[in-house]
Design a protein around this ligand. Structure first.
Ligand SMILES: [Zn+2]
Length: 330
């Protein structure tokens, strides 16, 4: 078969569960900072008749990070924390202008900040294209949660429980159908358009870290996509390269090869010391592509694992390590 021009594409799959955990940690910190600053401002006014400004509350935050019990605040991005203080400032400004009531403490139930976090894409391509989750996904998830709550309330063994259980199964099936449809279209397109496809693998460690439902579903979808790519690549005579997840794809600057030491998951864009500005996922996708091409350039002997999830994981890991050592850093 004639060798086609090699256009590699790669994409990465979002570690939805892990990311969600990091995000919920960030939102927890945001809430804590907001509430603590509100408490301090209230106390200062009630006790000392003193107003605390935004700048002063920001200085307080710096002090909190230095204390032993609040040192964990330094582990999340400072941007959303500063934002929380600005929101509090706005709330006070509105209160003083008699436009709003006195600021209330944020509760976990009321703050639903995670909805505009921007984690909506399922897969990112090295070209910068992002493939979104199926459009109905969020609504279906809400329906699923409702159906599950209803199921939990039905008496065991009752006809109503049986009905509720069938409803839960229907919603599950609908989510899976829509997801599968999207994965089929995506995998067919990727395989048709590219001679080599490079993907990022899930590691066993990642699988074990988080057993939440969201995580399990995303892993299942990931495996489904990977298996579609495997057989479609075989059909069309394409090459599929799997790059191990240990590879620091997000933190490595695709332009200069520097590894950024700290990159919290809620930081979606960053600037390297070399001046390159990166979209987190596109940068990672470019690194995965480079790693995958390095693998193929080394020949068959270092083709990474086809079946790491089942057998020979440690040796496969070594193979990938050797392979990715050859990534060219321009
Ligand atoms: Zn750089």
């Amino acid at each position: 078969m004639a060798r086609q021009v090699r256009r590699a594409f790669k994409y990465r799959f979002h570690p939805t569960g892990e990311q969600a955990a990091e995000l919920s940690r960030t939102f927890g910190c945001v809430r804590l900072v907001y509430n603590k600053a509100l408490e301090e401002r209230t106390r200062a006014w009630n006790v000392e008749r003193r107003r605390i400004s935004y700048a002063q509350s920001s200085a307080l935050l710096t002090q909190w990070k230095k204390t032993e019990e609040l040192a964990f605040l330094a582990e999340v991005s400072c941007v959303p924390l500063q934002q929380a203080l600005r929101h509090l400032q706005t709330a006070f400004t509105n209160f003083f202008a008699k436009r709003a009531r006195y600021p209330r403490y944020k509760s976990r139930k009321r703050s639903r900040a995670s909805a505009d976090a921007g984690i909506t894409s399922l897969v990112t391509l090295s070209t910068g294209e992002k493939v979104a989750n199926p459009r109905q996904e969020r609504r279906d998830r809400a329906r699923l949660a409702k159906a599950q709550r209803e199921l939990a309330r039905k008496a065991p063994g009752s006809a109503n429980r049986d009905k509720a259980r069938r409803k839960v199964a229907r919603v599950h099936a609908r989510i899976a159908d829509r997801r599968r449809d999207l994965l089929h279209k995506l995998s067919t397109r990727l395989v048709r358009e590219n001679q080599t496809v490079v993907i990022e693998d899930l590691t066993v460690g990642n699988l074990l870290k988080n057993r939440t439902l969201a995580r399990a579903i995303s892993d299942a979808a990931w495996r489904e996509l990977r298996s579609m790519l495997e057989y479609k690549c075989a059909w069309y005579g394409r090459e599929l390269v799997v790059v191990d997840r240990w590879f620091p794809s997000s933190k490595l600057c695709a332009a200069c090869g520097t590894i950024c030491t700290k990159l919290p998951l809620d930081v979606r864009e960053w600037t390297c010391e070399c001046g390159a500005m990166h979209d987190r996922d596109v940068n990672a996708a470019r690194n995965i592509l480079a790693a995958g091409l390095a693998v193929t350039a080394c020949g068959d002997g270092v083709r990474p694992q086809r079946d790491t999830s089942r057998t020979g994981h440690s040796s496969a890991k070594q193979e990938t390590q050797r392979a990715t050592a050859g990534i060219p850093h321009p």
